[in-house]
Design a protein around this ligand. Sequence first.
Ligand SMILES: [Zn+2]
Length: 174
Amino acid sequence: MEPKKATKKLKPECEQYSLDIIDLATKEKTFLSKESRFELLRHLAKCKNCRDAFIDYENIYAMTVAEERIKTPEFKKKMDNVINRLRSEGPPAGKTETVNKIIRDAETIFQFMPQDGTPIAVPELNDKTKLPLVDFHLSLGWLYCKQRVDLDENNKMAKVLPQRATPPQTQMGM
Ligand SMILES: [Zn+2]
């Protein structure tokens, strides 16, 4: 696997697809209607940025579910619940409660990371945030898709990406 570069900025027209991409990457359960799925695939076909984001998120998700300690029925049930919640709250046009929670948890994760860009081990970061594993990985994936955080090629180390000089809270929105 090639080292990832997460330095590209999301284009404004891509913002609307960022949650759909996460949803598509988690596969089996989707809140995407046929039409919005088709629209997303059409966008992915012409937009390399979003294709890269999709592939990255798919990798993060695959790594997450492949980890031994989360290969349990309990974990799968939790992931199902999260995905069902995403699905039942419909498309991410408005800021739903679930989206807000993902963003809130993302802020928590971000605050526990060394702000000078020093890499931190992902399991250690998870422990520090005390977030449930599923919530943690959804929000870490969110930070990654938003290019706030970079991950190494094995998704084992995370680091803060250099940003504009405004506080994280004001940049985290959709
Ligand atoms: Zn795009």
